[in-house]
Design a protein around this ligand. Structure first.
Ligand code: FE2
Length: 430
């Protein structure tokens, strides 16, 4: 790994520009895996993906393979996916249910909390006293959940999950309360795709309301409005005024929070006439009364980014996980979120709409992925080494530490880079 000084790293980020190296330099990518993904809370998965004892789900924190599992005592654990013997990845399936994990190389087995269970032909280690934890798969330093959303942190230092989430924890509260049963489930499968571009491009795109009219022009209909994203909605986002003039998204607002988190204001409400929506509203009213239900139905935010690797959308609820693979290669996972207790058909319609907007071949994702690929290529040129993030608008700083500004401002991206610098330049214990 290149020995970049803090001064060098700091020189790559200016108040309104970033150097192309942050997208192109493999050594910086390695540092990011160590200093951002190795120090921040990173989204792992949802507890509902491992409902029963023995259930497991494999993912990565940065480049490091981990397993989220439900142990026999009902507790969820996050452990490294590595055999204590010769380093082999123990769990190879992406998800499933087991009594215990077994390494395929020499047959060592582990409990579903990662503790060492059994060493084959252990008489060959007369001088070694095996310890369940020390010779286990190894627990990550910390993991915590909020409404079942599990985040892990490979570092024992730094804020707890709730403090790190800040106002994003209110968003998870809002998502949970919008389910008639007060909780959500991640049980609708996954869309998965890869693009040839840096992971930060996807993060930045999720707070970019400047691009839709241009990148996604082909997904808008005659009146300049995009197709609806939810069953029963009369229409989607208005990209253009009737005469073809671009409609600014500034009114939506951009919100920049501490720790790199960002969100956009919710899309303007659209009347929803579907029978299922009415049934859903009736269920909420039964539980919360009409006034609180009206509040719950107002979607205050559109894309909510949990920096560095997760984003959620509430209108058609889904989780997007951003998995960096290399400096120029990123994998994306889209998980539909089910509102427990809502009419079953509503979830099916949600899936159909998500296929249209978020599948690898959808009318929208393909545009974004093309932009990421072209950006990765365009930035190879040496003629201009800087990327411009200078777009701005009137903004105010709120007491909570949140900055509120216009929808097409690039303040969200500048906020990502403030967090990026904090992680990347923080003093390292020797
Ligand atoms: Fe887009």
């Amino acid at each position: 790994m290149a020995g970049y000084s803090n001064d060098h790293i700091a020189s790559l980020v200016r108040p309104d520009q970033v150097h192309r190296d942050v997208y192109e330099d493999p050594d910086l990518f390695d540092l990011e895996m160590d200093r951002i993904f190795g120090r921040s809370w990173v989204y792992v998965g949802h507890e509902s993906q491992v409902p029963e004892p023995g259930d497991f789900f494999c993912t990565r924190v940065g480049l490091q393979p981990v397993v989220m599992s439900r142990h026999s005592d009902g507790t969820v654990y996050v452990v490294y996916n590595r055999c204590a013997h010769r380093g082999v990845k123990v769990v190879n399936e992406e998800c499933g249910n087991v009594g215990r994990f077994m390494c395929m190389y020499h047959g060592w087995t582990y409990d579903t909390n990662g503790d060492l269970d059994f060493v084959t032909q252990s008489e060959g280690y007369p001088d070694l006293e095996f310890d369940k934890l020390e010779h286990g798969m190894g627990r990550v330093a910390r993991w915590e959940s909020h409404h079942g959303f599990v985040f892990a942190n490979l570092s024992p230092d730094g804020p707890g999950l709730r403090e790190w989430l800040g106002e994003n924890s209110d968003f998870l509260d809002d998502v949970a309360v919008s389910a008639p049963d007060g909780e959500v489930e991640v049980t609708g499968g996954v869309h998965r795709y890869l693009y040839h571009g840096n992971w930060k491009m996807q993060v930045e795109n999720l707070i970019d309301m400047y691009h839709p009219a241009y990148s996604h022009e082909s997904s808008s209909a005659k009146g300049g409005q995009q197709f609806s994203r939810r069953e029963g909605d009369k229409g989607g986002i208005q990209f253009f005024e009737k005469r073809g003039k671009v409609k600014s998204m500034d009114g939506l607002g951009t919100h920049a929070l501490p720790n790199g988190h960002t969100w956009q204001g919710g899309l303007p409400p659209v009347e929803n006439m579907s029978e299922d929506h009415r049934a859903y509203v009736a269920l909420l009213e039964e539980k919360h009364g009409p006034n609180r239900t009206r509040e719950i139905l107002i979607k205050k935010r559109h894309n909510v980014i949990f920096y560095p690797n997760m984003a959620m959308q509430e209108l058609n609820p889904h989780i997007r996980v951003i998995r960096p693979l290399a400096v120029d290669r990123t994998e994306i996972f889209i998980y539909p979120v089910k509102l427990k207790g809502a009419p079953e058909k509503m979830f099916r319609d949600q899936l159909i709409n998500l296929n249209r907007t978020h599948s690898p071949t959808s009318l929208v994702q393909t545009d974004d992925v093309e932009a990421f690929t072209r950006a990765q290529e365009g930035m190879m040129t040496s003629g201009n080494e800087w990327v411009l993030l200078a777009r701005t608008g009137p903004q105010e700083s709120l007491e909570s530490g949140r900055i509120r500004t216009t929808g097409t401002s690039e303040e969200g991206m500048r906020n990502h880079y403030r967090a990026w610098l904090e992680y990347m330049c923080a003093d390292r214990p020797e």
